[in-house]
Write a protein that binds this ligand. Structure first.
Ligand SMILES: N[C@@H](CCC(=O)N[C@@H](CS)C(=O)NCC(=O)O)C(=O)O
Length: 323
């Protein structure tokens, strides 16, 4: 997706992440500290201390925003939203509709934040980023860990007492998040960024086999881990929400649309209609973010007008009762 990365604190145009077989591989993130309720990790959960940098286009960042909304942490953790279109220096702050400039560090580019945390930084400059205003550093830039921190470590400061990682389901939730990651969440990218036919076909086959499997599971239960909404559903939602508008066309994931799966489609609408989910959804940022930033696969940067999808249409998930 990106145009470049940092090497020893310098921005360079990045080599593609495909290997010899044309398969796409993610480079792992590097800031892996942790906020804790009691501060024993060196980063205590406190009101106003942390800032979250996100892109509304990015599904990984989207997960953390949903968690922040669902927990009622909006007054505890401040947020900046980058411009939807990636610049040739990576993510950029702007006054674009739906964007929120960096009022904490007054940076122009997200790379400035990484450099502030580590002037010799080597790696990708990705969202989400959780920034500590007190020690002036990045605590963590891995969405799954940030979600967990918001849910568990910030629970004492949260205004909504919802538990999205309940103790009795933890193992099942972790297994579910792992199970959907490679074939579904990353699977769409593996298909979209494949540079060899075989790599593309492999990714698409695995993706749809897994969507078929979850379609069956969701015909029998309300959520991925049973009758309770959990963090695993947030992980699934961010991919399903982008699917028909972006992944189907732009990433060639076109065996079926989510609209063609009765259970996945109703599950998606059901989640979207939860106000805290809806508040984080911005199809304009998503469509322009993907179609205009990824010029390798869409060189003319044309953003399609459609499809027309009514995410507000009534969902049939009430048949499982109230959550
Ligand atoms: N493992 C990371 C992945 C985050 C990620 O890949 N973010 C993308 C946007 S969707 C990004 O910022 N890419 C910029 C780049 O690779 O330079 C997470 O889950 O937090």
């Amino acid at each position: 997706m990106a145009s470049g990365m940092m090497v020893a604190g310098k921005w360079i145009t990045r080599e593609n992440e495909q290997n010899q077989s044309g398969e796409f591989h993610e480079i792992p993130t590097t800031f892996r500290d942790r906020v804790s309720t009691d501060g024993s990790s060196g980063f205590k959960a406190e009101v106003g201390r942390y800032h979250l940098y996100v892109s509304l286009a990015c599904p990984w960042a989207h997960r953390t925003l949903i968690m922040r909304e669902l927990k009622g942490l909006n007054d505890v953790i401040s947020v900046s939203i980058v411009d939807p279109i990636m610049s040739d220096k990576g993510w950029m702050f702007s006054q674009a509709p739906g964007a929120i400039p960096d009022l904490v560090n007054h940076a122009q580019y997200l790379q400035d934040i990484y450099l502030k945390a580590n002037p010799n930084y080597t790696g990708r400059v990705t969202v989400p980023v959780l920034w500590d205003k007190q020690t002036q550093t990045i605590v963590n830039n891995e969405s799954r860990e940030i979600m967990r921190m918001f849910d568990v470590e910030f629970a004492c400061l949260a205004t909504h007492k919802i538990d999205l990682y309940p103790r009795h389901l933890q193992q099942q939730i972790d297994e579910t998040i792992d199970a959907i990651y490679l074939p579904i969440n990353a699977g769409v990218y593996r298909a979209g960024f494949a540079t060899k036919q075989a790599a593309y076909e492999q990714a698409v086959s695995e993706l749809f086999e897994n969507l078929d499997r979850w379609e069956t599971i969701l015909s029998q239960q309300h959520y991925l881990c049973g009758e309770q909404l959990t963090v695993a559903d947030i992980c699934m939602f961010v991919t399903l929400y982008r699917f028909d508008c972006v992944y189907y066309g732009h990433f060639k994931c076109n065996l079926r649309r989510i609209l063609d799966y009765p259970n996945l489609w109703n599950y998606l609408k059901d989640l979207y209609q939860i106000p805290e989910f809806k508040a984080t959804c911005n199809l304009d940022h998503i469509k322009r973010g993907y179609y205009m930033s990824m010029t390798d696969i869409n060189p003319n940067r044309i953003v399609p007008k459609g499809p027309i999808i009514d995410f507000d249409e009534r969902s049939d998930r009430h048949r499982f009762g109230k959550p």
